[in-house]
Design a protein around this ligand. Sequence first.
Ligand code: FES
Ligand code: FES
Length: 160
Amino acid sequence: MPEPVSFQLTVNGQRRMGQCEPRKLLVDFLREDLGLTGTHVGCEHGICGACTVLVNGEAARSCLMLAVQADGAELQTVEGLMTDGKLHPLQEAFHEHHGLQCGFCTPGMLLTALDLLQTNPAPTEAEIRQGLSAVLCRCTGYQGIIKAVAAAAGALRSAG
Ligand code: FES
Ligand code: FES
């Protein structure tokens, strides 16, 4: 068995140490070693988007990265969206506009939407559809999700 490798990273604003086999996937490290099970694992080969997290501010599939590749990186997972006990405007909007049913795709959808709104704060509906197209949802038919992201974009712009 390969020797464990040590590394460090920042997850949701907290410095964390990692030590695992070099072949361990980032999604498995987040879930099994850090206990951050909000990041879901679906297809494990980059198709479904359920495992999406932000790595240095950009959406990335954590099933396509090794944990050790996150050495020195800043990660945000769904657990880091709430602040001071308050839901993030995207979470509020998903709740309000029925942007989820089973919730399996939701963490990846939220982080993908966050990346989209950070780069394009006022997306058109077509841009939202395009921006979220890499995350698959088997329940909602997407309409509620699109509405939720548009509403969150408005809320985030008003909050300045
Ligand atoms: S679990 Fe990573 S893309 Fe499906
Ligand atoms: S809410 Fe079930 S997969 Fe999207």
